[in-house]
Structure formats: C-alpha cells, structure tokens
Design a protein around this ligand. Sequence first.
Ligand SMILES: O=P(O)(O)OC[C@H]1O[C@H](OP(=O)(O)OP(=O)(O)O)[C@H](O)[C@@H]1O
Ligand SMILES: O=c1[nH]c(=O)c2nc[nH]c2[nH]1
Ligand SMILES: [Mg+2]
Length: 168
Amino acid sequence: MTDRLPHEKGFHVSWDQIHRDARALAWRLDGKGPDDGGWRAVVAITRGGMAPAMIVSRELDIRVVDTISVKSYNHQAQTQPRVIKAPQADIMGDQGEGVLVVDDLVDTGKTLELVRKLYPKAHFATVYAKPEGRGMVDTYITEVSQDTWIFFPWDMALQYVEPYRGRD
Ligand SMILES: O=P(O)(O)OC[C@H]1O[C@H](OP(=O)(O)OP(=O)(O)O)[C@H](O)[C@@H]1O
Ligand SMILES: O=c1[nH]c(=O)c2nc[nH]c2[nH]1
Ligand SMILES: [Mg+2]
C-alpha cells in the first residue's frame, strides 16, 4: 500500500533546533523511569531516531544504546512498516520495561504501533508529533499539524536563494 500524503506546509528544522529540542526531551524524561533505578537503555528507531537518541542518552548519561530498524516511507509516500533489524534481546528484557525508545517524530503512528506491540512496557518518546500519531507516544516536545512535512537537517543542505526584490 502506498498513500501520497497532502503536505501543505514545511517545517524546516536546523541542527541547532533539533539539538535544543532533543535536549528538552531528555530533560522531560529525566526521573520518569521505573522506580527501581531509572532508564536501563535507549533504543533508537533508525534512522531518524539516531541523532535524537544520541543526544538523549548523552544528557541522561545512559551508556547502553541499541537500535531497531523500521522502514515506513519511500520519500513522502507511506508503505507498510516492517522491522529490518531488532535490538538485542537481553537489552529489551521481556517487554521492554525501563527502556526508552526514541524516534525523531510520530506521524500516522504506524511505526510506533509496530514497536509498541513488540515491547509494550517500553517508554516511547519523540521530538515531534503530529495529531494522528500522538496517542502512540508517551512523551514528545513539539506538535505540528498533520499537513506539515518536517524537514530534518540531515535531509537538507544550505543553498543560495534569490533576494526577495531581485526576482523578475
Ligand atoms: O508515524 P509514522 O507515520 O509511522 O511515521 C514516522 C516515521 O517515519 C519516518 O521514518 P522512515 O520510515 O521514513 O525512515 P527513516 O527514519 O530511516 O527516515 C520517521 O523517522 C519516523 O520513524
Ligand atoms: O522527514 C520526515 N518528515 C515528516 O514529516 C515525516 N512523516 C513521516 N516520515 C517523515 N519524515
Ligand atoms: Mg524513522
């Protein structure tokens, strides 16, 4: 199945902005882990969750970091999400309790829905959230409208633009 999504708006995020927002996410998560000793590990949903997960794990001083690879999109067209690589079983434990699963954003929620089914007791955190998928995430920082496409700094490059009054 491939759906073309109507994205009216663009939300362009700089490296500085994602750094600030991921740090804010870490601070919000601090002390929210299970009572018996806090977060055991961070698991990034690749690839978009890797930069936020690095920042969160650095802020919270968590050294056990793993990845789960879920592929959901071809450019802006959504496809059925599938797990390409799972995290280490001993890190996740039985149901993921005490593990922070981090992604850059939740959109329709299909990616998190899949990971939640695998690890129902993990805590799911994203930097950005859209309304449709918000219910799938436990903690996030900034919400944008459903018709917004978020452009991350790793998908962009600086380039020249014409001055506003210089265009014919
Ligand atoms: O809530 P959903 O509608 O499932 O969409 C959100 C997911 O889509 C993007 O990942 P993508 O599958 O494009 O892979 P990438 O992280 O490697 O870019 C994004 O990084 C989230 O993981
Ligand atoms: O870079 C991205 N921006 C988005 O808004 C989005 N939604 C799903 N997947 C996405 N990837
Ligand atoms: Mg992703």
